[in-house]
Design a protein around this ligand. Structure first.
Ligand code: FMN
Length: 364
């Protein structure tokens, strides 16, 4: 594979292929996927949410310890498998957010990506480490708020920003009605908005864009707008190295365009999932009673939440699709087969290089 792309740089850290595999909980992006991506010269991400052994988590302290140990163990596994670049994704909405961020930062990882809330205190948890800090934002206004707060409190700025648009899989930083009516701003518009915010910052901040980026044409378009890289999630689920059950991958392959839906999640954000029997039930107002043994989300009230998102996502991981929330991006129905991570990355790079070459040929 010939890589014509400009590496993504964050200080001394260089990612040869400017592509970050998005962190995907629960147990979707673990060590095997992150390391495979890193071995191809892109950047892999382990998702920190939902790794704990449920049987070992009765009560808050055990939940914290078990989650921390599981994340550190995934990091160690990944480091054994790759010398490449990888990091972790930790959602601000988690009750053990600080604990996971502090634990991960002490390990041999390259970055922490953090969204589903404002990571305003993240620099405090990683002080004295070299870990690059990458907030996820959904507007220029949010980017500005994080930059100003970090500058004032910690005299530092983010090492990069991920802009996540409304077509992404998983939880989305937009209002439910904006997503349902298709009125949320497009990824391209939000990217330009965020680029406008960072342009006057001395030294600049690389901006990485994701959400609905499917192929090399999309990557070329995003890079052409001024992004330094892309983040892709959904496509990496349909790879050999992704650790979810075959049924989860098959749900992706079998899905049609009409099958994705925006749901309300106890995280307090809307999320995009493939329709399942479980979701049909939710839409009909059926409550899915559950016993909460550890409160994993700051935002969830187990007394009133209609279902447990952690359990529904764990069911997806295990392949129990009828009882699951199967997060996926809006383009999931375009995925037709399961490939290796290397095949996927080679294809994306070669398509991007062709699209960029065509664009410059037309410009001449
Ligand atoms: C199954 C799945 C789980 C996800 N879990 C998380 C997560 O735990 N934390 C997070 O910040 N983003 C999560 N995301 C979003 C991805 O990190 C990524 O930003 C997104 O998938 C990019 O859009 P795309 O799916 O259209 O490529 C998830 C996405 C999917 C598909």
């Amino acid at each position: 594979m010939i890589n014509c792309l400009k590496p993504l740089r964050m200080g001394e850290l260089k990612i040869d292929i400017p592509l970050i595999q998005g962190g995907m909980g629960v147990r979707v992006s673990t060590a095997s996927l992150a390391a495979a991506v890193a071995n191809c010269g892109a950047a892999g991400t382990i998702a920190g949410v939902g790794l704990a052994d449920e049987a070992d988590c009765i009560g808050r302290d055990n939940f914290f310890r078990s989650s921390r140990q599981a994340l550190v163990s995934e990091i160690h596994k990944a480091r054994e498998l790759t010398k490449g670049v990888f990091g972790v994704n930790i959602m601000v909405a988690l009750t053990n957010y600080e604990d996971l961020a502090r634990a991960a930062a002490k390990e041999d990882i390259n970055f922490i990506v953090s969204g589903a809330g404002l990571p305003l205190k993240l620099p405090e948890y990683t002080i004295g480490t070299q870990v690059k800090l990458i907030p996820i934002v959904s507007s220029g206004r949010v980017a500005e708020l994080i930059i100003k707060t970090w500058k004032k409190r910690y005299n530092r700025i983010p090492d990069a920003l991920v802009v996540e648009g409304p077509l992404a899989g998983g939880h989305l930083g937009y209002r439910f009605d904006e997503l349902e009516t298709g009125k949320a701003h497009s990824l391209d518009d939000i990217l330009l908005d965020v680029l406008g915010v960072v342009k006057d910052i001395p030294g600049g901040i690389p901006v990485i864009a994701g959400g609905g980026v499917f192929d090399g044409k999309d990557i070329a378009r995003i890079l052409g707008l001024g992004a330094s890289g892309v983040q892709i999630g959904t496509r990496f689920v349909a790879t050999d190295e992704c650790s979810v059950a075959d049924e989860f991958k098959q749900a992706y392959i079998d899905s049609q365009e009409k099958d994705t839906i925006i749901i309300k999640s106890p995280v307090g954000l809307p999320g995009r999932s493939i329709k399942t029997k479980f979701i049909d039930g939710l839409l009909k107002g059926v409550k899915m009673p559950f016993e909460c043994k550890f409160k994993c989300l700051k935002t969830c009230d187990p007394q009133s939440a209609p279902y447990c998102i952690a359990k529904a996502m764990l069911n997806a991981f295990k392949g129990d699709i009828d009882n699951a929330v199967v997060f996926a991006g809006s383009y999931v129905s375009r995925i037709k087969k399961i490939v290796s991570v290397k095949e996927l990355i080679d294809e994306l790079v070669s398509e991007t290089c062709s699209a960029l070459a065509l664009k410059s040929a037309i410009a001449v």
